[in-house]
Design a protein around this ligand. Structure first.
Ligand SMILES: O=C(O)CCC(=O)C(=O)O
Length: 273
């Protein structure tokens, strides 16, 4: 159940914590299917392979829900009841699954992304759409970080999701890297600590970054839910929904509900766009 306190925190701060969206009794199976998904993605060329390490090149790959990868336990985690309930509170019953990325890093990987707002990537900083959506109080879209192992890599500036940059933020913004220098400590930023099996939905218009030093492993997912119209209009992660293999009825039948319907809405919206 999504409490009023959870929604109030999301509205106020731009993110919230959903504890144990993957129940502890299923976590082992979900972790196993995540590892199998990475191996399959690497061997099928659906994720970039780093020849030197035999693991992922970089820190992420898109579309772990691809029909030739999708493992049932992982699909159940992506469409976990608490995540779906949260998405529906925000976007209505017709919440659509815009896209998924797996963020997998081994201990040696040093990951320091820049501070950024995803809205700048999606619509362009100061574009008419970005300006129109910048101060909407509650955007009907959310990005959900799902931690399959304990995760302390996500940093967020609470309350930055529905306001323009402060003068200081505007001053420090670097057009070249589409964000703010990675080494700068943002005033008021918080480190979001998630236990394995928990999730953090966040408004990706807010200023955020990922940071993982050597010695720590990361096994997480980012899944975007939102209004289907928004996916058709602007989501940069919904290209999968145009690919014919995702419309295979046998594969769709193998997916848990309501995750399946949330994907079909994105596919329908992109077909009509
Ligand atoms: O790695 C993270 O925790 C942040 C990811 C991120 O910045 C993004 O998905 O836009």
């Amino acid at each position: 159940m999504i409490t009023e306190q959870v929604m109030a925190r999301y509205d106020r701060e731009g993110y919230a914590i959903l504890d144990q969206v993957v129940p502890s009794e299923s976590l082992g199976r979900v972790q196993e299917s995540y590892e199998e998904t990475i191996e399959a993605a690497l061997s099928l060329g659906l994720a970039p392979l780093d020849e030197a390490t035999g693991f992922l090149e970089g820190y992420r790959f898109q579309n772990p829900h691809h029909p030739s990868l999708a493992r049932r336990p992982l699909m159940e985690a992506l469409g976990a009841p608490a995540i779906m309930a949260f998405a529906q509170r925000l976007c209505g019953e017709d919440a659509a699954m815009h896209g998924v990325a797996a963020f997998a890093m081994n201990e040696e990987y040093d990951y320091r992304s820049s501070w950024h707002r995803d809205s700048y990537f999606a619509w362009g900083k100061d574009s008419p759409t970005e300006r129109r959506l910048r101060e909407v109080e509650r955007l009907p879209a959310t990005q959900v970080l799902v931690a399959l192992e304990d995760d302390a890599s996500f940093w967020y500036v609470p309350g930055s999701h529905n306001r323009a940059n402060t003068a200081e933020e505007e001053e420090g913004y670097d057009e070249g890297i589409s964000g703010w220098d990675a080494e700068t400590v943002r005033p008021g930023a918080v480190q979001v600590r998630l236990e394995a099996g928990s999730a953090a939905p966040f408004d990706a218009r807010g200023i955020h970054r990922g940071l993982k030093g050597p010695g720590v492993r990361r096994r997480s997912l980012f899944i975007i839910y939102g209004d289907a119209g928004l996916a058709a209009e602007s989501s940069v992660v919904s290209d999968w929904a145009r690919e014919p293999e995702y419309a295979d009825p046998a594969w769709l039948d193998s997916l848990p509900e309501p995750f399946r319907r949330s994907m079909e809405r994105t596919m329908a919206a992109l077909r009509e766009a």
